[in-house]
Structures are given as structure tokens and as C-alpha cells.
Design a protein around this ligand. Structure first.
Ligand code: HEM
Length: 272
């Protein structure tokens, strides 16, 4: 459990801390809502931390719980036994979260002596689980910079894509993603980015717009705090949604809307 004395206070990550490709999860660790070291994070803690950014308990658990399923490297998918539709249906009846088991980032040996599974934040960078190519602020797993560390030049470009300089709209972010796709098609010969990765990418943006913005816009100063400092934008005036948290229906509606707005042509992505 995080140290109760300093919970909520922001501090930069300690030098040897484990951090993830998710700026919000990192911010939650930098505020002490998760272990500041980013190590030995238990599912209950990750789940509870989602409440600190205004997600409903159900939506939070849809993100937190499946992360603790086992990671399967998509590059080794051919080595796995095929699963029948019945087996899949049966496992979803037994545990509805297993519908999202492809989000699993947990590795076999990460169990404490008393049998509790844990993650280190760097595990969230396991490629092909939640982590995908063409992020807003990270480069790709196939590039020298790797897929986990924030890239200041990309963050700067994202902030500059605000047309009015004050807030980022869905249209601004859609234009930024399209520019990122064109750039990565040139820069990363190993690029993997199809409708599934795009859906997850839009999901992450929808979460940010819903929890930190009004669903359609988000102040540039908030995005700067989240991505540059990996900090909750409290000083900038953000307050957590509390009367009406972000729930499943709002989330899926926002993702649908975003996918339609970004409108990528997967037959000819460079022409999108
Ligand atoms: C259990 C909870 C969560 C997990 C496991 C998680 C995991 C991840 C991972 C693995 C990525 C990297 C995807 C990539 O770009 O390759 C990511 C990105 C992102 N996440 Fe999270 N996340 C969680 C919660 C949240 C919440 C609550 C928010 C916002 C309210 C959020 C906002 C974002 C954003 C905006 C990105 C995009 C970063 C970028 O493209 O550079 N995440 N998340």
C-alpha cells in the first residue's frame, strides 16, 4: 500500500522508479496514489487509484482488472493452442473481465511469497497488450527511443496542435494523430497499427478528454501537466469529477465519436 503520510502530494519519480507508457498511471504514482517506486502494484491498488481521476468503479475495474491477466506476446501468437468459441464463452461466463484478457500485462513470476500477483509499472509497456504503436507522446517499440519514455518533441508538437493555443479540441487531436500516422509510416518500417490499435488509442484519448476535460475540449495547461510533469493538473484548476463519474456508457460513446472524427482510412492510411 502507498505511504499514507504523503498520499496526494506530487513528487517527481525517484531515480530508480518503474514507470509506464501511461502518463496518468505515472501521475497517480507521482501523487502517491500508487507506490511511488512503481513496483509491486497490486490489482486492488490500481483499481482504487482509478477513482482519483473520477472514473466510476465499474469503468475503473474494466481497465485495472484485465491488466493482471497473463501477457502473451503477439509475436509468439503462432505458438499458442487455438481456443474454441465455447472455451472462450465459458471463461467469460466464469469471469466477465476475461473478455478483455488480451490487455494482460502480468508475467508468470510476479507473485509474492503469499501468492499475490503484482505488476511493476514498466510491465504496462508490454507491446501488443495495451501498449500500441503510434502513441501521442512515446515512440514505437521498434524505434531506438523505445515505447516507454515520454518524448519531449512529440509532447511539444501535441501542445502546439491546439488551434487557439488555449485548449485542445477533438479536431486538434484528430489532426495530430493523423500527422503521427503519416510520420510513423515513414519512420517505423515495423509499424503495426490497425483498427484494433486505433480503437485503443482513441479510448485513451477519450478517457483523458472525459476525466480531465469536458469530453470535447481539454485545457492545454492540463495536457502539459499530465504529459510533461506526469502530474494531476490540480494547480491549473482541475477538480476530479465526483457527482457524475465517467462510466462505461459515456466511455464507449466517446470512443465511437472519436474514431468517427479521426476517420482513418485503413486501406490507405497515408491518405487519411
Ligand atoms: C488501469 C488503468 C490504466 C492502464 C492499465 C493504462 C495503461 C496505458 C498504457 C499501457 C498506455 C500506453 C499506450 C500506448 O500509447 O502505447 C496508456 C496510454 C494512455 N493512457 Fe492509460 N492506462 C490506465 C488508465 C488511464 C486513465 C485513467 C487515463 C485518463 C484519465 C489514461 C490516459 C491515457 C492516455 C491519454 C494515454 C496516451 C498516451 C500516449 O499516447 O502518449 N489512462 N495507458
Amino acid at each position: 500500500m502507498p505511504d499514507s503520510m504523503s498520499i496526494g502530494k506530487y513528487a517527481k519519480a525517484p531515480a530508480d522508479a518503474s514507470r509506464s507508457p501511461c502518463p496518468v498511471v505515472n501521475a497517480l504514482a507521482n501523487h502517491g496514489y500508487l507506490e511511488r517506486s512503481g513496483r509491486k502494484i497490486y490489482v486492488e491498488d490500481l483499481n482504487a487509484a482509478m477513482g482519483h481521476v473520477g472514473m466510476s468503479p465499474l469503468l475503473g475495474s474494466v481497465f485495472a482488472v484485465p491488466t493482471y491477466f497473463e501477457y502473451h506476446d503477439p509475436a509468439l501468437a503462432y505458438t499458442r493452442k487455438p481456443v474454441s468459441t465455447w472455451q472462450r464463452a465459458w471463461s467469460v461466463i466464469g469471469n466477465p473481465y476475461s473478455y478483455f484478457d488480451y490487455f494482460g500485462c502480468w508475467k508468470e513470476k510476479q507473485v509474492t511469497d503469499n501468492g499475490r500477483k503484482y505488476l511493476n509499472l514498466v510491465d504496462l509497456a508490454s507491446h501488443g497488450a495495451i501498449e500500441h504503436d503510434i502513441s501521442l507522446s512515446r515512440r514505437d517499440v521498434g524505434q531506438a527511443e523505445g515505447n516507454n519514455n515520454p518524448q519531449p518533441d512529440l509532447i511539444e508538437e501535441m501542445l502546439e496542435s491546439s488551434l487557439d493555443g488555449k485548449s485542445l479540441t477533438i479536431d486538434d487531436l484528430a489532426a495530430f494523430i493523423k500527422a503521427r500516422i503519416k510520420r510513423q509510416l515513414k519512420d517505423n518500417p515495423e509499424l503495426v497499427y490497425g483498427p484494433a490499435e486505433h480503437q485503443v488509442n482513441c479510448g485513451q484519448i477519450a478517457l483523458m478528454m472525459g476525466c480531465f476535460g469536458d469530453g470535447k475540449t481539454i485545457p492545454v495547461s492540463y495536457v502539459k501537466a499530465i504529459f510533461e510533469d506526469e502530474r494531476l493538473p490540480l494547480e491549473e484548476g482541475w477538480t476530479k469529477r465526483s457527482w457524475w463519474t465517467m462510466g462505461l456508457a459515456e466511455f464507449f460513446g466517446a470512443v465511437r465519436n472519436l474514431v468517427a472524427k479521426v476517420d482513418v482510412n485503413f486501406d490507405h492510411p497515408a491518405a487519411s
